[in-house]
Design a protein around this ligand. Sequence first.
Ligand code: SHN
Ligand code: NAI
Length: 193
Amino acid sequence: MSLAAILELHGARAVVVGGGRVAARRARTLLDAGMDVQIIAPSVKPEVRGLPVTCAERGYDAGDLAGAALVVAATDDAQVNDSVTAEARSLGIPVNHAGHAERGTLRFPAVARRGGVQVAITTGRELPMLAQALAELITPLLPDAAHLDAWTQRRDAALTVDSEARATALAGLRDDIRAHLGLPGTAQTGSGT
Ligand SMILES: C[C@@]1(CC(=O)O)c2cc3[nH]c(cc4nc(cc5[nH]c(cc(n2)[C@H]1CCC(=O)O)[C@@](C)(CC(=O)O)[C@@H]5CCC(=O)O)C(CC(=O)O)=C4CCC(=O)O)c(CCC(=O)O)c3CC(=O)O
Ligand SMILES: NC(=O)C1=CN([C@@H]2O[C@H](COP(=O)(O)OP(=O)(O)OC[C@H]3O[C@@H](n4cnc5c(N)ncnc54)[C@H](O)[C@@H]3O)[C@@H](O)[C@H]2O)C=CC1
């Protein structure tokens, strides 16, 4: 099993080595997460040029990863991707290897998103079309922002009252959320009553 985790990296530096199609896709994902993205590649494709990134238009050199919080090795040269991955690993920086995900320490999932909820999907192998199809299937199941706001307000309110009233309010909220999603309530389960 891999560790499923969500990283908060707003404002942190990401280094993407490579300036092609895959580098552009990864750079967009990292920019969406609020990262400061640097591209290093001798030849930068048009899809990278339009992005708000800094570009060093040259080949990768050892030492380029200093200060990075995350690294992507996305060149079309497997040996360069291996060297970038080795340097990142030696520095303890999470790294995605575009050609052989298993050589790196970070995989990119497909993501279903709505109202701030994100469901990240990995197949545990290389089946991006399955991951994307599952994300498409899951997206309509996610609640909208209005429901999320209302539930958050109810939870915040419940946390301000005494423990007995809180337990009742939270149990009611739990069941309302479950009912909204088409799931059975929890009031009866496990209690035997
Ligand atoms: C291992 C992994 C990478 C990793 O995590 O390191 C990987 C590997 C490979 N992808 C390949 C091809 C394509 N991948 C996409 C798109 C996405 N690929 C993504 C994830 C992953 N892809 C990880 C596994 C996820 C899993 O299975 O759990 C998504 C979900 C997330 C993201 O990329 O951010 C993103 C959808 C974003 C969205 O939803 O918008 C498209 C474009 C498209 O389909 O439109 C193409 C075809 C065009 C092209 O070439 O670009 C190939 C080449 C062989 C093949 O075609 O299969 C390899 C294998 C290799 O490289 O050897
Ligand atoms: N994970 C994924 O979703 C996918 C991964 N791949 C893998 O990613 C690799 C890259 O694919 P594309 O972006 O389509 O390639 P591409 O040909 O569009 O771009 C390759 C980029 O690597 C750069 N580059 C080459 N040598 C370099 C060096 N020494 N230092 C820095 N940059 C260097 C080039 O200048 C170019 O910008 C493929 O070879 C394949 O292994 C391919 C398809 C999908």
